[in-house]
Design a protein around this ligand. Sequence first.
Ligand SMILES: Cc1cc2nc3c(=O)[nH]c(=O)nc-3n(C[C@H](O)[C@H](O)[C@H](O)COP(=O)(O)O)c2cc1C
Ligand SMILES: Nc1ncnc2c1ncn2[C@@H]1O[C@H](COP(=O)(O)OP(=O)(O)OP(=O)(O)O)[C@@H](O)[C@H]1O
Length: 347
Amino acid sequence: MTAPQSRVSVAELRRDFMVGGSQAPVFNPAKHADSRIPATLAIGVFDGYHRGHQRLLAEAFRDARRRSVSAIVVTFDPDPDEILSSIPAKKLLGNDARIDLLARSGADGVACLPFTHALATLDHRAFFEDVLGTALDIRSIHVGADFRLGRGGEGSVSVIRSWAQTVGIEVVGHELLLEDEVPITSTRIRSLIEAGDLDAAARLLARRYSIEGVVERGRGEGRAMGFPTANIGQRAGQLLPPDGAYAGWAQTPDGLVWPAAINVGIPPMFAHDPASASLEATLLGFSGNLYGSSLRLVFDTRLRPSHAFEMRAELIEAVQADLASVRARLGDDAYDISLRGEEHYDY
Ligand SMILES: Cc1cc2nc3c(=O)[nH]c(=O)nc-3n(C[C@H](O)[C@H](O)[C@H](O)COP(=O)(O)O)c2cc1C
Ligand SMILES: Nc1ncnc2c1ncn2[C@@H]1O[C@H](COP(=O)(O)OP(=O)(O)OP(=O)(O)O)[C@@H](O)[C@H]1O
């Protein structure tokens, strides 16, 4: 028995088949309806944009150059896991940050498909021919060897390849990049961060783990205790390392990067207060108003677990010791990221 054909409206999908992210080279298929763009594709969610992802994209871009066609990253917003799983995983990157990183990866364009139940019902052939194929003249497809696409995950690399051969498209299923003989995957990096192994996570990501959020008002007590804290609003589903005090950096919107003591987890001493934040940082040497600003917190080292102090004086003493550790490890000077020629996310 053949499965019923999807009722998804391809025209509807195509209208939105587009890109997110602030600096994305916008690829809008509607503009190319009459002349399909010759393209090499790399397909996936790419949560984390880890070293395995970076290698896959580099291979796809090389292939695109060799063929003199456009290199298009095909991804989804939201992450399909958000729609298909009853308990979605916490994510390393928000959708916008993920798409923004892909847009700056060196691709000629990011085709960001709105992921819906309708899209999930398509099989691989309908996905390539009726959705992507309306705008792209696909010459080759790059995915990891474990990749699966389409209704019920039926489209493995070999299944996609048998269809592709009939229409002259090359499918490359790359062996997964390994670290310590184990594949680098988003799932593995999530587990490392949840276990507090930030150094191992950084090795697989090729950068330190960081979280961006907008500074919100807290209880306003930190300043009175001698350590003003910027409380960071949380995006739902953001993965946090274990509760505790961390040494790290905070990047302010002006491009300055400040050594910072970061607290993760609702402070046990003030757990009863709904205004308590689960992510906050004291920036060394910073003075000024950060409310409403977007701040990126970069995790370096875990200093200690959170503690339910009985007395405020004990809390103050502990935080002062954390600040001294940060100073000893990272210094107390802010630096200008643009002067170091570093990318926004590289620390
Ligand atoms: C580096 C650092 C470590 C912290 N450690 C603890 C802790 O171990 N236990 C705790 O109850 N609160 C801890 N806090 C949270 C403080 O209780 C909180 O920042 C303070 O009450 C100010 O909160 P407010 O910004 O909402 O006014 C820590 C804060 C920082 C910045
Ligand atoms: N280590 C790797 N080396 C090469 N390609 C990879 C690697 N990990 C993933 N890929 C490929 O990159 C694309 C995007 O990966 P995707 O986000 O779907 O999965 P993932 O990194 O394996 O994460 P998860 O643990 O959530 O499965 C897919 O084509 C996938 O097969």
